[in-house]
Write a protein of this length. Structure first.
Length: 404
C-alpha cells in the first residue's frame, strides 16, 4: 500500500441493513441470512420486514411527506400498499445485555417469568424469591441461563393460552439453546464463581424444561429422563460440597426439606419383597445396595405424606427426590430394568399428588402407563397400587390409597 494521501470515498448509506449494524452505527453489507459484520463477531443478525409501496407518495403532499419522515408506508387507499407478512428469523432486538440481545418475544417471556412462572416452578417462599430476583440477575450475565428461564416461561405460557402451538415452537428454540450452552459451559466453569451459580441453576431448570411438552421418544419415559438430567446437577454440585451450595445466593432452590421428619419411614411391603427376592445370578443383585438406598428414599416420601399431608413439606421432597438416587440406581433406570421402573411407578404416585406443580402435570399417568407396557404382565402384580392411582383423580383419595 503506498503512502500517498487517499481521499475517503463517499459511500451509500445502508437503508436495508440489519438491526445489529444499525444499533452499532456501522455500515451493513446486507448479506443474508447473516451479514459479514455479525458473522465475524458471532452476533444475532436480523433484518426488518420489507415493505413495498405500490406507488410513490407525492412530495407536494404534506401528509405524504410526514408519513415518509416517520418511515411508514401508509396510504389513503388500503389496497395500494402491499406488506410482506413473512416471519423474520427472530423479532427485532430491543435490549442489549452481556447475555446477548433480547427481542420483543424475549422481553414478553421475561415478564411472564417475573410475574407468574418464577413463583410456580418450585416450593417455598425462599425459593420463589430467589427465582424471581436472583436468577434473572445471573441470567443477564449468562446466555444459557437466560434461555433456560425464558424457555420455562414459554413452557408455562403453553398451559395458559388457548392455542399453544406457536408458543411451543418458541419453547423448543429456548430449550435447545439452553442445553447446548450449558454443555459448553461445563468445560470452563470455576467453582464458586458467578458462572458456577448460573450452571448450577441451569442444571436443575433443564429438568423442568424437559417435562410436560417434551417428547423423549416412543417407548421412552420422562421420569427416567429426569434421573439422567439430575446427573448433570450432581456433576456440578460435586465440584464443591452440598453445604457449600446451600450457602450460595441460589442456595434456597436446592433445599430438600422444609421440616424435619418425625415419622418413621415406611416402605411398601411389595417393594421390599421384590428386592429381597433378587436371585444371586440376576444382574440386579450387584445393584442390591443401590436398590436398598432408593427404597429408603421412597420411605421418606411415605413418612412425609403421613406427617405433612398434601402440603409444601411433602412436595419439596417430591421435587428433590431424584437427587437422593445413587449413580447405580440411575443407571438401572436408564437401562429400563423392570425392578427400577416398578419403584419409579410408586414415585410417580407422589408426582401425581403435586397438582400445584404445573410442569409435572400429566407426567405421572403417562409414565405409569408406559411402565406397565414396558415391564409386561410378569411385573404388573408389583404395580397394583400405582395402576389404581392412575385411574383416580381425587388427590385425597389417592393419598388414602397409598397409606392404606
Amino acid at each position: 500500500m503506498t503512502g500517498e494521501f487517499i481521499t475517503k470515498r463517499p459511500h451509500k448509506k445502508s437503508r436495508g441493513g440489519c438491526h445489529t449494524c444499525k444499533t452499532k452505527k456501522v455500515k451493513c453489507d446486507e448479506v443474508q441470512p447473516k451479514c459479514t459484520f455479525c458473522q465475524k463477531r458471532n452476533l444475532t443478525c436480523t433484518y426488518p420486514p420489507r415493505v413495498t409501496r405500490s406507488e410513490p407518495s407525492s412530495p407536494s403532499n404534506p401528509q405524504s411527506s410526514e408519513r415518509r419522515n416517520r418511515g411508514t408506508s401508509l396510504s389513503s387507499d388500503p389496497g395500494s400498499t402491499e406488506t410482506s407478512w413473512e416471519l423474520a428469523t427472530s423479532p427485532s432486538p430491543l435490549v442489549m445485555t452481556s447475555a446477548g440481545a433480547l427481542s420483543a418475544v424475549d422481553i414478553r417471556m421475561m415478564h411472564q417469568w417475573s410475574s407468574m412462572t418464577s413463583v410456580s416452578v418450585a416450593v417455598g417462599n425462599a425459593a420463589h424469591k430467589t427465582l424471581q430476583l436472583t436468577i434473572p440477575e445471573l441470567a443477564f450475565e449468562n446466555e444459557y441461563l437466560m434461555n433456560g428461564i425464558l424457555g420455562i416461561a414459554s413452557l408455562h405460557m403453553q398451559s395458559l393460552v388457548p392455542n399453544p402451538d406457536q408458543v411451543r415452537r418458541q419453547t423448543d428454540i429456548y430449550r435447545a439453546k439452553a442445553i447446548s450452552g450449558f454443555r459448553q459451559a461445563l468445560t470452563r466453569i470455576v467453582p464458586f464463581s458467578r458462572e458456577y451459580e448460573a450452571a448450577l441453576v441451569t442444571s436443575i431448570l433443564i429438568v423442568v424444561l424437559c417435562s410436560i411438552d417434551y417428547d423423549p421418544g416412543e417407548g421412552q419415559l420422562i421420569v427416567v429422563n429426569w434421573f439422567i438430567l439430575y446427573r448433570g446437577l450432581s456433576t456440578v454440585i460435586t465440584m464443591v460440597t452440598f453445604p457449600s451450595v446451600r450457602s450460595l445466593s441460589v442456595g434456597p432452590i436446592f433445599r430438600r426439606e422444609i421440616s424435619e421428619l418425625k415419622v418413621v419411614p415406611v416402605v411398601p411391603t411389595v417393594l421390599m419383597d421384590m428386592v429381597r427376592s433378587i436371585p444371586t445370578d440376576d444382574p440386579d443383585f450387584d445393584m442390591l445396595e443401590d436398590y436398598c438406598k432408593i427404597l429408603d428414599a421412597i420411605g421418606m416420601l411415605y413418612a412425609s405424606l403421613q406427617q405433612d399431608g398434601l402440603g409444601d413439606g411433602l412436595f419439596i421432597r417430591v421435587v428433590a427426590w431424584p437427587s437422593f438416587s445413587s449413580h447405580g440406581f440411575s443407571q438401572c433406570a436408564s437401562e429400563y430394568r423392570p425392578r427400577a421402573l416398578v419403584i419409579l411407578s410408586y414415585y410417580l404416585m407422589f408426582v401425581k399428588l403435586g397438582k400445584e406443580l404445573w410442569w409435572m402435570k400429566g407426567v405421572a399417568d403417562r409414565d405409569i402407563e408406559g411402565i406397565k407396557n414396558i415391564v409386561g404382565p410378569k411385573w404388573q402384580p408389583f404395580m397394583l397400587v400405582p395402576l389404581q392411582a392412575m385411574a383416580m383423580t381425587d388427590r385425597n383419595e389417592i393419598a388414602k390409597l397409598m397409606l392404606g
